[in-house]
Write a protein that binds this ligand. Structure first.
Ligand code: KIV
Ligand code: ZN
Length: 523
């Protein structure tokens, strides 16, 4: 049984590896909200993005770097000067900045993707780390596709990049191919054969293609890794990355066996998971470990009986330890601002007076429609923000007629700045009719690729949460809204996606103008 408790550093890459996967994109404000929550969660490193990838990524990394107070903020770059410069420009204002640079090391990648020799890759990696080190003291180097790399070459490149100044060496299982024994053995060999390995922190980064990401990460920790890279809800490329909540709770729940500790505040896990789902629309499956709706639900009679007699019979950790508060009937129509503020603070939300006022207004409107207001409703109210920019579309009114034997018709009234715009359309159903009316008003056609609706709390009058993903000109935009009326919620969610598409288009236009201006200056 381990006696010493070794500290494991949690490197969160939700905003980089997670965000770059399809359907998980977030805008600047959403990334900042997520980063704020990751700070509350007390992760050690926030990988905020890949600044060279786009202006949006660059700006998000920069804003997060300026905002984060405690943890390290990392920016990803390939092992080339332009990327490293851009990454540094984005993180340089962080209190604790890190440049994370990488190059592939497996022959499969060298031959088929990079078309480079091992010698070339080695010298580019060393050059990149040396160069990054001239800018930033904390440099992480990743050998992409480590788990399929030749072990002798891996030892050589790791040793050389440590000499070049790397502070962290990351050995990813990029394609989720490894099995735990094998991934652990790679770390063990690196520890045994690389003479300067004790100068750096070794890091694990696992993808979940075979469902082994968490098991592989734990195997790496068992064999000397002390940083683990992971994402909230396990989002990420393809089948995702190792789930942060699973790693952290495995370490916590099996402390006596594993002998590790982290600095993560477990009670912020559930809130982080919920926030991410609501920002991206990427819901977690009901039976997902730790944060799924069934994770703490005991259905079978024999289990319920056991848990009622003593929770230790079937519960290996408490819902409270991950921040799940029991849904309680808390407030009603006559509750005042003070009670609302108090309940929010019990749920872990500290509201500014402006936010409280806004929440109180929505709360009163909801209390008129719904007798019982649950904690989930209060959280939904907070997450339902509208961007009030003048050139965006806002819903004013909606009239729908629908039934078994009539063709559904919707009349929609939108506001754009001071203009009120109104039109009607028919459709296959009331939502289809409403979306067609919006298309007639705005002149913007979108193709709905995903639509889901779920109840956020209990009762037939519960708030419905609508999530949509819409394809505008080949680019996907998410929208989310909550309402006790499913048609209103559906329209608001669609408008959110549409407004995002319009904002992105406007930004792109501005960016192109800037580029033309820069090109003219250069000439
Ligand atoms: O999976 C991977 O190899 C990565 C690296 C860029 C760290 O995400
Ligand atoms: Zn990855």
């Amino acid at each position: 049984m381990p006696t010493v408790q070794e500290r494991i550093y949690i490197f969160d890459t939700t905003l980089r590896d997670g965000e770059q996967s399809p359907g998980c994109s977030m805008n600047l404000e959403e990334k900042l909200r997520m980063a704020r929550q990751l700070e509350q969660l007390r992760v050690d490193v926030i990988e905020a993005g890949f600044p060279i990838a786009s202006v949006g990524d660059f700006e998000a990394v920069q804003a997060i770097a300026k905002m984060v107070e405690h943890g390290t903020v990392a920016a990803l770059s390939r092992a080339v000067k332009t990327d490293i410069d851009r990454a540094w420009e984005a993180v340089r204002h962080a209190r604790k900045p890190r440049i994370h640079t990488f190059i592939a090391t497996s022959d499969i990648h060298l031959v088929h993707k990079l078309k480079k020799t091992r010698q070339q890759v080695l010298s580019e990696a060393v050059w990149a780390v040396e160069y990054a080190k001239t800018l930033c003291n904390d440099v992480e180097f990743s050998c992409e596709d480590s788990s399929r790399s030749d072990i002798d070459f891996l030892c050589e490149i790791v040793e050389a990049t440590i000499v070049a100044g790397a502070t962290v060496i990351n050995l990813p299982d990029t394609v989720g191919y490894s099995v735990p024994e094998e991934y652990g053995a790679m770390f063990r060999t690196i520890k045994e054969r690389v003479s300067n390995i004790n100068k750096v922190t070794l890091s694990a980064h696992c993808h979940n293609d075979l469902g082994l990401a968490v098991a592989n990460s734990l195997a790496a920790l068992h064999n000397g890794a002390r940083q683990v890279e992971c994402t909230i809800n396990g989002i990420g490329e393809r089948a995702g990355n190792a789930a942060l909540e699973e790693i952290v709770m495995a370490i916590k729940t099996r402390q006596e066996k594993l002998g590790f500790i982290t600095n993560v505040n477990g009670e912020e896990i559930y809130k982080s998971s919920k926030l991410l789902s609501s920002l991206t629309g990427m819901m977690v499956q009901r039976n997902k470990a730790i944060v799924g709706a069934n994770a703490f639900a005991h259905e079978a009679g024999i289990h319920q009986d056991g848990v009622l007699k003593s929770t230790i019979t079937y519960e290996i950790m408490t819902p409270q330890s991950v921040g799940i508060k029991h849904s309680m009937l808390v407030l009603g129509k006559h509750s005042g601002r003070h009670a609302l503020k108090q309940r929010y603070s019990e749920l872990g939300y500290v509201l500014s007076s402006e936010d409280l006022e806004r929440a109180y207004k929505s709360f009163c409107a909801l209390a008129d429609q719904k007798k019982e207001i649950f904690d989930e409703d209060l959280v939904a109210i907070l997450e339902d923000r509208e961007d009030n920019s003048v050139d965006l579309y806002h819903l004013q009114n909606i009239y729908v007629s629908s039934g078994t034997n009539i063709r559904p018709t919707a009349t929609i009234e939108l506001k754009q700045g001071e203009q009120v715009l109104i039109d009607s359309a028919t459709g296959d159903g009331p939502v289809d009719a409403a979306y067609k009316a919006i298309e007639r008003i705005t002149g913007v056609a979108g193709k709905l690729t995903e639509y889901s609706i779920k109840s956020v709390s209990l009762g037939h009058d519960a708030i419905g949460e609508v999530f949509v993903r819409v394809d505008f000109d080949g680019v996907l935009f998410n929208g989310r809204a909550v309402s006790t009326d499913v048609i209103t919620g559906s329209v608001k969610a669609y408008l959110e996606a549409l407004n995002r598409a319009l904002t992105a288009k406007k930004r792109k236009g501005e960016q192109q103008k800037e580029e033309v201006k820069d090109a003219a200056v250069a000439v």
